[in-house]
Design a binder for this molecule. Structure first.
Ligand code: F6R
Length: 579
């Protein structure tokens, strides 16, 4: 992951770079650093932890690069913070990605007498550039990338040069074009306050930026044409607007997001015999709900695949398949690789993507945007619901049951009514925030929701939570049940209600505490649960759209009671561009 940014122009680079890094912090926040070239010197400011910590020092100069890190190789500390310089302090680089053959290259360089200051894979890039430099930075970069295996986007400056070079292979990099200044960054959010004109670099391209020009080359050094795109969104939406956390704001935005996503046209050519859903994390749970729903309504076989597993298991993909990638960021490395594999095998590809013009959005045959707007909280909430909404529309379209969309207005009202009861969930959370472990259970459409609820709790509150199909408990996990292991049971009045009900009884019989999410009016469930949160009654297939709200709020309030860093949970990053 990691976020990188470069600036060349007439203004002081320091503040531009730091403010750009703040926008990129969702990509990682283990350490941060800035390098600025000025009067034939490179000056560096690097810190452990947040970008904020860079602000006590200002470096002078108009050309610079900066980095916010999500640690892959080498622990989070100042020595492993980017930018890295070579031994003569002539060059500085920032890198996002993983150099897979770094050990081999490091040994080679060490044998030649190079000494290293960090434990990272990234540092070898700057030493190779120094070694390959004669009198042209671009040529040194071209020579260096021939040696690198793995995924990367990196930027490099030389102490007395008047250019920045950026290279892309597998990790995102975008150029921002403005008057007498140009930028490079991992994504548009870091540039948008300076320019709306951007060039998305493709893999195997390098950009050579000077103050007044931008040239793009392929990895053989041949100049290539590029298209300048105009960005038509602003950063306004990316503010907290009075909410304590972005996550809470984003949970409360969901009724509007559903309404917005409802407007998205879905016209799918039905020229496939099977759908393969590929995604990671929360997005994959949206895909799993899609499997249940599309098979149930449209009777089309759907396989559900975790992208990181899919790509390496020699999957059977044919021209008859429609491979659907679901991704908020549109940059997730494994999902992107799955789509590339699918295209190689001749399958049709569809992306359900939130970030406009992201790499997956650009590479799929057809993209449907989820219109959730910028999601800043690292834990996905509104993007998940918008993915679900698109999946519902897809299922209705494929089954010619578009009349089912008529229920959505009512669903929106019901979601609003649940949100207005956030305090009720807060009280519930207060009773359980000291627990160390949780079980989440559900059947049928509620099972993927159990997975999502448990993931939300784990990632923002650091409480261990495991999700199971409710019927699976007796095959092992029920051994975990005790007074200390509460279970959150998703048990709306649907076709499998009596079955889940029995599973809750089994837990109660073993003295487990149960919090049930149930349908209003269900008095029976009270008798077997310690606590019940009621959701309004809806048509059976729509329960995931409303049951996900209390799960999100429950995780949020627990994490808030625990005073966790909710928008930036430890060890995580929003955009996962490494394998
Ligand atoms: C969890 C979460 C992650 C993402 C996953 C995929 O709250 O946000 O599990 O869903 O990393 O990311 P995208 O959707 O950007 O491909």
């Amino acid at each position: 992951m990691c976020g990188i940014i470069g600036y060349i122009g007439e203004k002081e680079a320091n503040d531009i770079l730091i403010s750009g890094l703040e926008k990129l912090e969702y990509r990682g926040y283990d350490s941060a650093g800035v390098a600025i070239a000025h009067e034939s010197q490179i000056k560096i400011n690097k810190v452990k932890g947040r970008v904020e910590n860079l602000k006590s020092i200002t470096i002078i100069g108009n050309i610079g690069i900066a980095h916010t890190r999500w640690a892959t190789h080498g622990k989070p500390c100042q020595e492993n913070a980017h930018p890295f310089v070579d031994e003569t302090n002539n060059f500085a680089i920032v890198h996002n990605g993983i150099i897979e053959n770094y050990l081999e290259l490091k040994e080679e360089l060490s044998r030649e007498g190079v000494s290293f200051s960090s434990n990272t894979d990234s540092e070898i890039i700057v030493h190779l550039i120094a070694k390959n430099y004669h009198d042209n930075l671009k040529e040194a970069v071209l020579k260096t990338i021939k040696k690198l295996a793995g995924a990367y986007a990196f930027c490099v400056i030389k102490k007395d040069a008047s250019e920045i070079i950026g290279a892309r292979n597998g990790s995102p990099l975008v150029v921002g074009i403005a008057d007498s200044e140009n930028f490079l960054a991992s994504d548009v959010s870091a540039l948008i306050e300076h320019t709306k004109k951007v060039v998305y670099l493709n893999d195997f391209q390098i950009a050579e930026l000077k103050k007044d020009s931008c040239k793009v080359y392929n990895f053989d050094g041949v100049e290539e044409n590029y298209e300048i795109k105009e960005i038509n969104w602003t950063l306004e939406k990316a503010q907290k607007q009075g909410y304590k956390h972005f996550m809470l704001k984003e949970i409360f935005e969901q009724p509007d997001i559903i309404r917005e996503t409802m407007k998205v046209p879905i016209a799918i050519e039905k020229n496939f015999s099977r759908i393969i859903m590929v995604a990671c994390g929360t997005a994959s749970y949206a895909g799993l709900i899609g499997k249940y729903l599309i098979e149930k309504l449209a009777k089309i076989p759907v396989t559900y695949e975790i992208a990181s597993e899919f790509r390496y298991k020699e999957p059977l993909i044919s021209k008859e398949d429609l491979v659907v990638a679901i991704s908020q960021s549109g940059e997730t490395a494994d999902t992107l690789a799955a789509i590339r594999l699918a295209k190689e095998k001749g399958a049709k590809t569809l992306g359900i993507i939130n970030v406009i013009d992201s790499t997956i959005a650009r590479e799929v045959d057809k993209v449907i945007y989820t219109r959730a707007g910028p999601e800043i909280g690292v834990a996905s909430t509104k993007a998940f619901l918008s993915q679900l909404m698109i999946i519902y529309k897809l299922a209705f379209n494929l089954s010619d049951q578009e009349e089912l969309l008529e229920y959505i207005d009512d669903i929106i009202l019901k979601i609003k009514s649940i949100l207005s009861r956030s305090e009720e969930i807060k009280e519930l959370a207060h009773n359980y925030y000291l627990s160390h472990n949780f079980l989440y259970i559900g059947r049928n459409l509620s099972f993927p929701l159990a997975l999502e609820g448990a993931l939300k709790l784990k990632e923002i509150s650091y409480i261990h939570a495991e999700a199971y199909p409710a019927g699976e408990l007796k095959h092992g996990p029920i051994a975990l049940v005790s007074e200390e292991m509460p279970t959150l049971a998703i048990c709306p009045k649907d076709a499998v209600y009596p079955k889940t009900f029995s599973n809750i009884e089994e837990i109660k019989a073993r003295e487990g505490k149960v919090i049930s999410i149930a349908t209003e009016g269900d008095e029976d469930i009270k008798k077997i649960s310690d606590e019940v949160f009621y959701v309004p009654e809806v048509k059976e297939i729509f329960y995931p759209l409303i049951c996900c709200i209390p799960l999100q709020l429950f995780a949020y309030h627990i994490a808030d009671f625990k005073e966790c860093d909710i928008d930036k949970p430890r060890n995580l990053a929003k955009s996962v561009t490494v394998e």
